[in-house]
Design a protein around this ligand. Structure first.
Ligand code: ZN
Length: 186
């Protein structure tokens, strides 16, 4: 029977969660680094999404200055993607969850991940160089038993294209759409 088999090119779940994190990163206003996070529970349901942004009420009012000596230095203010995801979760807690992040967590976010009870980190990239914040993050995650792979995650599909319908949904139906409805397709 036609339609009895699952669609063969269905998006892999790890790819999907990393894609959600990557899409969230596109909301970031940081001109230099855009990071997204997606937290998934043991039932493989999304319970939180976040991206790096200024604290509530501060959007557009603070600088993205990268000068570490400046009182406008962005890292004095910005909330990282992991923090935003954990704080804005739509579940009671994120214990036992996996966090998908587009960039390996910094040491401060590693602390949050551990204290929130997240058990696994899947990451798409790491900041280059031998950074002490990455080293400290890895050290803490290991000591706390939070799993992460040695190498960054490699998606099965390296490109996911989303194309919105050209026509508004109120447009008159095409003949093939009408036929689909008559056959009871979903
Ligand atoms: Zn961080």
């Amino acid at each position: 029977m036609a339609g009895a088999q699952p669609r063969p090119d269905v998006l892999d779940s790890d790819d999907y969660f990393m894609a959600v994190a990557s899409l969230a990163a596109k909301r970031s206003e940081d001109p230099k680094t855009q990071v997204g996070a997606c937290i998934v529970n043991q039932e493989r349901e999304i319970v939180a999404i976040g991206y790096n942004r200024m604290p509530n009420g501060c959007d557009g009012k603070l600088s993205w200055d990268t000068d570490k000596k400046s009182s406008d230095y962005k890292n004095l203010y910005v909330c990282h993607a992991e923090l935003n995801a954990i704080m804005n979760k739509n579940n009671a807690d994120v214990k036992g969850c996996t966090i998908y992040v587009t960039l390996f967590p910094c040491n401060e976010c590693a602390k949050l991940i551990i204290q929130a009870g997240i058990k696994r980190v899947v990451y798409l990239s790491v900041k280059p160089g031998d950074r002490i914040d990455t080293k400290a993050a890895k050290k803490m995650l290991k000591l706390s038993g939070v799993k992460f792979d040695r190498e960054p995650f490699r998606p099965e599909k390296m490109e996911i294209v989303i194309t919105f319908p050209q026509q508004p949904i109120t447009a008159p139906q095409q003949p093939d759409q009408q036929r689909g409805e008559e056959e009871g397709e979903d």
